[in-house]
Design a binder for this molecule. Structure first.
Ligand code: FEO
Length: 389
């Protein structure tokens, strides 16, 4: 794609990756993604903010063909989907200095062996005068690596926000036009990589509150020319209370565990508690992660395989443990044939969750009167606790 003008002297560069279906060899990308870079021209200096992923470097070099001079390259984040083109750009523009945080410098040297003399480390709050335009660098660690920062373009009131507020979505919309579609993609993105740092993100949102932002230009997805849409969503995701919602990731081999899940679902619904279920044998983990942004309770349902949990249930537990949702309660249910150590192993996989574990329910074979009574009691407990949220 050719460069696209955002306004006079400010351009989108980058790449639309329509066909990419997995990120980090883990995260499903149903809508592809974009790698956004931006060119900002002042009266005296020209700056390139970020680049693209390594396979897309020829695209950005082509987009820069008519640009004679770049004085600075800003690297907000060392992850190669944005820094992949930095070495090639520095090679073409031999006078350009690379601006980033101290930690980012170390990471870029490790990853790309960029010589130390090409770097100019920027302090938190430091400004750079381009001539009629001023960049202000704001260190914002842990969105979602420790070295990250964002850039505020003062006169134009544009926030170049790095991965923060991003969405994995390949779209020809330079600016967000389909808010419902972008909301889902941005929430999926938040759930998968930002949620573990929700408290820090809430602090970053507070820091940004005094800035009169006219446009948010993230590193993935369309730009927000109505920034309140995504700022409000992030406030809710990072700081909002958990919803009256139970998420049940489950797997069933011969149907008994599914019968328990069915029964519990009915019991919760009768008590006015929302339920989202995810069959782990064919789940899109992005959808599961999105549900975990809101859920107050997680119930992992698994059969016993060779005395332990089904590996797919452990995978779901490991995922929940990694992304650290705000859930307050958790439990484990499932069926077994002759013996089980499911509870110990699933609970041990969740050390990062600050949850009260409700009494687990494991039954031999299909759920009978006793297990159904226990599941009804679990539904009572969950409904009661959700009312107190
Ligand atoms: Fe889009 Fe964390 O890189």
């Amino acid at each position: 794609m050719k460069p696209r003008q955002i306004k006079d002297g400010i351009f989108w560069l980058g790449s639309l990756d329509w066909d990419r279906r997995l990120f980090d060899a883990l995260i499903p990308l149903p809508d592809g993604t974009t790698y956004n870079a931006y060119l900002v021209q002042g009266e005296d200096k020209t700056v390139l903010l970020d680049t693209v992923d390594i396979p897309k470097v020829p695209e950005i070099l082509e987009q820069l063909r008519g640009v004679e001079k770049i004085d600075y390259v800003v690297s907000h984040h060392a992850e190669p989907d944005h820094s992949g083109g930095v070495p090639a750009v520095l090679e073409r523009y031999s006078e350009a200095m690379l601006l980033c945080t101290e930690k980012c410098k170390a990471m870029l040297m490790d990853r790309f062996e960029i010589p130390g003399e090409r770097f100019q480390v920027v302090a938190d709050g430091e400004t750079l005068n381009l001539g009629g335009r001023t960049l202000e660098f704001l260190h914002m660690p842990w969105v979602h690596w420790p070295e990250t920062m964002v850039t505020w373009l003062r006169e134009d009131r544009i926030l170049f926000s790095c991965d923060l507020f991003g969405s994995h979505i390949a779209s020809t919309d330079l600016f967000v036009r389909d808010e419902a579609r972008v909301f889902e993609a941005a929430k999926r993105y938040y759930a998968e990589i930002m949620m573990p740092f929700a408290k820090l993100i809430a602090k970053h949102l507070e820091r940004l509150a005094p800035y009169d932002i006219q446009l948010i230009a993230p590193s993935h997805g369309s730009l927000y020319d109505e920034p309140a849409f995504i700022l409000d969503a992030y406030r809710e995701w990072a700081s909002g209370k958990p919803h009256n919602l139970v998420v049940i990731p489950y797997v069933s081999m011969h149907g008994s565990t599914r019968m328990m899940v069915d029964f519990l679902t009915e019991e919760l619904a009768e008590r006015g508690v929302g339920v989202m279920r995810f069959d782990l044998s064919e789940v899109d983990i992005g959808k599961l992660a999105m549900a975990l942004v809101d859920a107050a309770t997680i119930v992992i349902a698994t059969p016993t395989v060779l005395t332990g949990p089904h590996p797919k249930a452990l995978y779901a537990a490991a995922l929940a443990n990694l992304i650290r949702p705000k859930a307050k309660y958790a439990s484990i249910i499932g069926s077994y044939g002759w013996g089980t150590k499911v509870v110990e192993q699933v609970a041990a996989a969740l050390p990062n969750l600050k949850v009260e574990i409700l009494p687990p329910i494991l039954g031999k074979g299909i759920p009978k009167k006793e297990e159904k009574a226990a599941l009804s009691k679990m539904a009572d407990q969950i409904a009661q606790r959700h009312r107190e949220l």
